[in-house]
Design a protein around this ligand. Structure first.
Ligand code: WTA
Length: 638
């Protein structure tokens, strides 16, 4: 079966077929992959439990699909082009053959260090080729990887390690990001003080900084590779995995509690990421694909590693940041590696746009034929700039909507096939059945409606559970509306049936495309010894999309407010990571609460959005006068 639709008529026909006969549709897609043993049943599902199984009893290994199956015809084709942080350092190119060799080698390193099928491995690495190598090596032997983004703190790492009971950690001495060196190993050392499950740490040399190495626990990546070489570099056959065996865990923030470990399984995730990569980007075999995400997030998992590699594509990965050494860096990379398809986030577009056109004008972007956007709503101004300055009005922009829990893109234009409109994710991909529901759960039929976005039928890439806590998965995603997966996003379907995602309707913020849970952040702030209580809301931010606004009640002791703000930021950095630091901290004597003590975030949101006219009735509050006081204080903050 052809994965790419040919034109809009073909899309419509394929879509209709996929709804009428979903099992037949997905079976056709799955057959384009390499299975060690075919499934006996395409799908069984029950959203109430939830219990979802795709390609039951099928046996498969995703690393074999990403590597081995391309070797015969495309062994010398570049699989990964790696661009270092420092533009004067040489780029590295790994062909499919070379990548396979490295993956097998490192898979043997993992085995030598006691890792077995089903064991959990935490990966805390910078954006270097060894990161996808480590991921694919885990997949090869059936170990479950849990990648932790390099911007998270020691505390966040240890929470994730303990939750998944990881037995091994893969890290580096340090990593480069722009002008900074991040001391990854030292952060891991702090994390491991409270992690009893970890037996081994493999440390890659990248930044060449001094690190402490603990005898019996810590080993060097390079030494371990030498050992495998001296064993004669044996091959490492790909473990036979069940389609429903867990491939990886990725932690993500929700509206309550600590981040949860989203579980993706092998067969469905492979089929879904490969299919959506090929179809959405209309990937042609000679094209160079550059996704600027960090592999620490789902976008990097699905569209730097698994999706492109399962399709035999050339995937560019970049170690640094788009604004270093200057705001032209991304365009330099496009020029240097002749990138054809660029997939980035609105926050990056806005920051490069703000830096000035002089950084993009004059760069040779003639290789670009298709553009993508992901992670947050894209505003019209950024969309137009991306279209004109980067795509020169000729490259279709696919505004791809999806979530960590979804595995891959759900609602998006198909490049060059679907018409596009700024700010619109347009139409569901084949196999995806979105519905809009009102607060009461009534399905809103027809066009020109807006409501909460749900998906009423399973797709292969969806999460199966949250690690160690199935009930939490049910509660979070499958209990709000019976028989449906609830996304947490609001959405509009216009008169033409086109979808526009309007943002989260729950207490999750999206700051520079990163998900931040308000409860998690409030808990971190409340750890500060001077803080009595806090409330977090998002506010419109010109570059980040949403900024973090913290209302904080301090104890009665006199405080130097500027110093306390710094202390609160330091506390947040330590407990979660610097990405969660509030942009604005306003000290308040109290918070607007109902008589039962519930914080009225709606009111706080209106205040920070400057929408004072629609605050509404405050007479039911415990202390209505507090609203005026907070308003006055907020007016002084900006
Ligand atoms: C938001 C990132 C508007 C949305 C892949 C979702 C978007 C959350 C878009 C998931 C888009 C993602 N337009 N909003 N194209 N893409 N979002 O889990 O609110 O990091 O629920 O996955 O980002 O973020 P996550």
């Amino acid at each position: 079966m052809e994965l790419k639709v040919k034109d809009f008529d073909d899309y419509q026909k394929t879509y209709d077929d996929s709804v009428k006969n979903p099992e037949e549709f997905w079976e056709g897609i799955a057959e384009t992959f390499f299975w060690k043993k075919k499934w006996t049943n395409v799908l069984s599902w029950d959203f109430d439990k939830p219990d979802i199984k795709w390609f039951e009893n099928g046996k498969v290994n995703i690393s074999e699909n990403c590597l081995d199956r391309h070797i015969y015809n495309n062994g010398d084709k570049p699989a990964i082009i790696w661009e270092p942080n420092d533009p004067s350092e040489a780029a590295r190119i790994l062909s499919y053959k070379q990548l396979l060799e490295k993956v097998e080698q490192f898979a043997n390193v993992l085995k030598n260090n006691g890792v077995r099928k089903g064991d959990r491995v935490c990966i805390y690495l910078p954006m270097v080729p060894e990161l996808p190598i480590a991921i694919l090596a885990c997949a090869r032997i059936g170990a479950i990887h849990s990648v932790v983004f390099g911007g998270f703190s020691a505390q966040s790492i240890s929470d994730r390690i303990n939750d998944a009971q990881c037995s091994l950690v893969i890290t580096a001495d340090g990593g480069f990001r722009g002008s900074k060196v991040i001391e990854l190993k030292s952060i891991v050392d702090d994390a491991l003080v409270t992690c009893d499950s970890v037996e081994k740490v493999i440390v890659l040399t990248r930044a060449r900084i001094g690190v402490s190495m603990i005898k019996g626990r810590d080993v060097w990546w390079e030494d371990e590779i030498h050992k495998v070489e001296s064993q004669g570099n044996p091959v490492c056959p790909a473990e036979e995995m069940d389609a429903e065996d867990t491939l990886f865990i990725l932690y993500t923030s929700g509206s309550t509690g600590k981040p949860k470990g989203v579980v993706h399984t092998t067969g469905g995730y492979m089929v879904y990421t490969g299919y959506t990569f090929s179809n959405v980007f209309q990937y042609n075999p000679e094209e160079i694909f550059f996704c600027t995400a960090d592999i620490g997030w789902i976008t990097g998992h699905s569209y730097i590693v698994y999706g492109p590699l399962s399709q035999g594509a050339t995937s560019v990965m970049f170690e640094g940041v788009p604004t270093w050494p200057d705001a032209g860096r991304m365009w330099d990379i496009v020029e240097k590696h002749k990138v054809n398809i660029l997939y980035t986030a609105p926050t990056a577009i806005r920051s490069l746009m703000a830096a000035g056109d002089e950084y993009v004008d004059g760069k040779d972007l003639s290789s670009i034929t298709k553009l993508g956007s992901v992670g947050e709503p894209i505003n019209e101004e950024a969309w137009n700039w991306y279209n004109e300055k980067v795509g020169k009005g000729k490259a279709p922009i696919v505004d791809t909507w999806w979530q960590t829990e979804n595995g891959g893109i759900l609602i998006s234009p198909i490049a060059g096939v679907t018409p596009t409109k700024p700010g619109y994710a347009m139409l569901p991909l084949p196999g995806v059945q979105p519905v809009l529901v009102d607060e009461k759960g009534k399905v809103l039929e027809g066009n020109g409606v807006s409501g909460n976005l749900c998906i009423k039928f399973p797709w292969p890439g969806m999460l199966r559970t949250t690690w160690g806590d199935h009930e939490r998965c049910r509660q979070t995603y499958f209990s709000t509306y019976k028989g449906m997966y609830f996304t947490g996003d609001g959405c509009l379907r216009d008169e033409d049936g086109h979808y526009r995602i309007t943002g989260r309707v729950d207490d999750v913020l999206n700051v520079s495309g990163h998900r931040i849970g308000t409860a998690e952040l409030e808990n971190a702030i409340n750890m500060h010894s001077d803080v009595v209580e806090s409330a977090i809301v998002g506010y419109p931010h010109p570059v980040k999309g949403q900024g973090i606004y913290a209302f904080v009640i301090l104890d009665n002791v006199h405080h130097d407010e500027d110093l306390t703000r710094k202390d609160i930021n330091a506390t947040v950095s330590r407990i979660i990571g610097a990405i969660a630091k509030p942009d604005i901290i306003q000290f308040v004597p109290d918070l607007p609460k109902t008589r039962s003590g519930k914080i009225m975030r709606r009111i706080l949101r209106k205040i920070v959005e400057g929408d004072l006219g629609s605050i509404g009735d405050v007479s039911t509050l415990l202390d209505p006068s507090i609203v005026e006081e907070i308003k006055d204080g907020a007016a002084k903050m900006k």
